[in-house]
Design a binder for this molecule. Sequence first.
Ligand SMILES: O=C[C@H](O)[C@H](O)COP(=O)(O)O
Ligand SMILES: C=C(OP(=O)(O)O)C(=O)O
Length: 360
Amino acid sequence: MMNAQVPKVEAAIESRHPSSRERVLPTPAELRQQLPLDAELRARITAQRQAVRAILDGRDDRLLVVLGPCSIHDPEAALEYAERLAGLAEQVADRVQLVMRVYVEKPRTTVGWKGLAYDPHLDGSDDMAHGLALSRRLMRDIAALGLPVATELLQPMAAPYFEDLLSWAAVGARTTESQVHRELASGLEAAVGFKNATDGGVGVAIDAMHAAAHPQSHFAMDAQGRPIMRETQGNPHTHLVLRGGHDQPNHDTVSVAACRRAMREAGLEPRIMVDCSHANSRKDHRRQSEVLLDVLAQRLRGDTSLVGVMLEGHLHEGRQPLHPGALRYGVSITDACLGWEATDDLLRRAAERLRNGSNE
Ligand SMILES: O=C[C@H](O)[C@H](O)COP(=O)(O)O
Ligand SMILES: C=C(OP(=O)(O)O)C(=O)O
């Protein structure tokens, strides 16, 4: 890990409650000042956001592909992945817009490691000040490579530390029903994908799209860490992400048609991304290729509602248990991922099929 190069943030320790411990974190403004964006990078991120929005608006018929590690635990490996991805992105750019998953917060079904922003040393020391700095710096480096950055927004208070870097954000299956996350999404510049619920239901994601498109007044924290009332304008760039539910895939033509119908009936433009992982792959990372090729076939048969796909990939395939000190480089410590070679091959094949307009 590249700890030494990250600005150190002083964290005072306070203890007000007998049952908990408190540590002061830097404000978003302090972290942004330590890790600023120059005018060139800001312009680049604006262009990255516009590229994603153009696909969602139907002004660009390229396939949106959000891919990368299930979670970031080693910024060095993530940056190596990003460098490879940036090279590939150029070669498929005529048919595919790549966006890198830089997931620094992980929702857990019960308990478990919650991501780089929470526990960057992977040892339960929960050095969140350092985790936030590492996360922001990594996202900045990746955006500077020319790759739009995607993340899952889990803790609304964490969003101001990096939302200026994001081109795409997920609200996950476990939080799509949350009013607080819908409010957050309604004020973002980034496009937002709402996942279907863990039981496979798409209704909550449809409700979420409505709520996020609407202006909202909500409690929030400003860049100086003060509580504020934020009034949002509503986010017109949202879409639904089909990720399957309870081990049942929902990327097949019947499920996609049902989702499209439900969105139309709710007065929404059907814009659907298929997450090739999670329940759609029945948690077998190798099945992601089949899912992607199936989605591509549906698109090539004329289903323009399928605007994108999501893949979980890392430098090396599979996953490993979190044993600090005994970790293999470039292997996921959360869900299993496709390895680089398989991902590279799959995306080149996908781009070729889109170029030829045929499933061969
Ligand atoms: O994408 C990752 C996981 O599926 C999600 O964070 C839930 O993980 P868990 O069930 O291992 O807690
Ligand atoms: C947690 C994730 O997905 P979901 O919310 O679909 O479980 C993820 O994409 O990392």
